[in-house]
Design a protein. Structure first.
Length: 145
């Protein structure tokens, strides 16, 4: 069974609480349940990790290499726009990685339009609500099969 690591960055633990008009009413725990259900249907083992700290996210990306993770889905939150360190960590491990966003980052404030993470990733999915994670799972199924 292929192993997928799902990394969520700053403030994503507050889904269902923060800015419901942008991120919806679904709780973080319910998002994880939806991802887990679809991952199992697609034949993936999944591990979840959430941190509000850049260094912890980088450490987890590094550990994915040593733990033989097959693919990563990452929602870097606001780190999307300025964390060259996360970009470099993804490039260093050479594991298929998809950047996801619940909202359409290109339709929001101008500072959110640029991702410094996306160039290090296999692809980027944004704007489909929590289904962005599900779409990423389908994409990884195609990539890994």
């Amino acid at each position: 069974m292929k192993k997928v690591l799902v990394i969520n960055g700053p403030n994503l633990n507050l889904l269902g609480i923060r800015e419901k008009n942008i991120y919806g009413n679904v709780s973080y725990e319910d998002v994880l349940k939806s991802i887990l259900q679809k991952a199992h249907e697609l034949g993936f083992e999944v591990e979840f990790f959430q941190s509000n700290h850049e260094g912890s996210i980088i450490d987890k990306i590094h550990s994915a290499y040593y733990e033989k993770v097959d693919a990563i889905i990452i929602n870097p939150g606001a780190y999307t726009h300025y964390s060259y360190a996360i970009h470099d960590a993804i490039k260093a491990i050479n594991i298929p990685t998809i950047e996801v966003h619940i909202s359409n980052i290109h339709a929001r404030e101008e500072f959110r339009h640029k991702s410094v993470i996306a160039p290090a990733c296999t692809g980027q999915i944004s704007g489909f609500g929590i289904k962005s994670y599900i779409i990423a799972l389908y994409a990884l199924k195609e990539i890994l099969d």
